[in-house]
Design a binder for this molecule. Sequence first.
Ligand code: MLT
Length: 406
Amino acid sequence: MSRVNPNYLQLKSYLFTGIAQKVAAHRNAHPDQKIISLGIGDVTHPFIPAVVSALHKAVDENASLAGFHGYGPSCGYPFLREAIAQEYARLGVTVSSDEIFVSDGAKSDVGNIQELFSPDAVIAVTNPTYTVYIDSNVMAGRAGEALPDGRFSSIVYLPCTRENGFVPDFPERATDLVYLCYPNNPTGTALTREQLAGWVDWAIRNRSIILFDAAYEAFITDKDVPHSIYEIEGAREVAIEFRSYSKTAGFTGLRCGCTVIPKELTAAGPDGAPVPLNPLWNRRQCTKYNGCPYIVQRAAEASHSPEGRRQIAEALSLYHGNAAGILAAAREIGLDAFGGINSPYVWLSTPPKMSSWAFFELLLEKCALICTPGVGFGSCGEGFVRISAFGTRENNLEAISRLKQI
Ligand code: MLT
């Protein structure tokens, strides 16, 4: 009999699937209730006009023999890779188009990137963290044993707590890889230039690689918060960066993102000699991925145009306004609230002595509001819930008024 990959048996249900099941049960029991989701970070703003017209145009192009596109390049069409390189140039950062790998979104890339590293690589993650970083390493057999508190024995956890302002300390021992997501999912906090420079310096000294998830960079408002890890000197030798159109250009359903692997970035081969990772990822993508659709890449390209950037800024200001409203309401009812300034997520403390899941249940039962229990992102998330500002303005206002009534 064929045998299953035993690593998969160590996995608990995916956080957002578990929540969706609880919400479905609630909806069945209360079919007339208007449930408002402040849970999964799914956008609600429709496509911006620049994206809509690029999509139409690309579809029409494909309706003709001359304009039809079949398989595209696995790593992205040159027009989009170039547009992304220009976006980096606007930050004062040099990234060449062949260091940019276009994909169907940052989630796949952050999940798949671990394939480039040895099966015994030691990884560090923040606690709480985006669960895909952990689950993908569990699937690969790199995480060790599941512990009773939900952690894994071989993973190094970096606590992010109220006390350290949700900024992790460096690992006590060198790890091969460290996943950092800033602005952070789930705490909504950001790293200053100096703090991020500290991480780059740590990675250089420890010959470690930072897997930097910049999916939320478009929400940065503080001047002192870098939009890319490559704004930090030395980062090209130690960091891979992931970017996403999901939260920025409303592509959660359309799917597009990219991964940047600078040519200088290496990891040790079996003989200890440095092996460049850029060609390896190229090799991996050519085998396992046929490329993001042409139509989608044209839409992504349009989001980088001057009108696209202006329209996106307008859309994001709506989410920023939502986050500000949630922050103010939470503080008014006496709950500590963090994040929400450089991020679409507000990290809310639960009422005294109430667990994350108990507060989730309370909000669902009493207010028909869905949030994400902080403990679902890791043990240090206990005592918090994550509130997403991605709702419509109307729903956000209604959610705030329901919140104020508890
Ligand atoms: C989240 O809510 O954490 C994100 O939307 C999940 C994702 O981006 O996959």
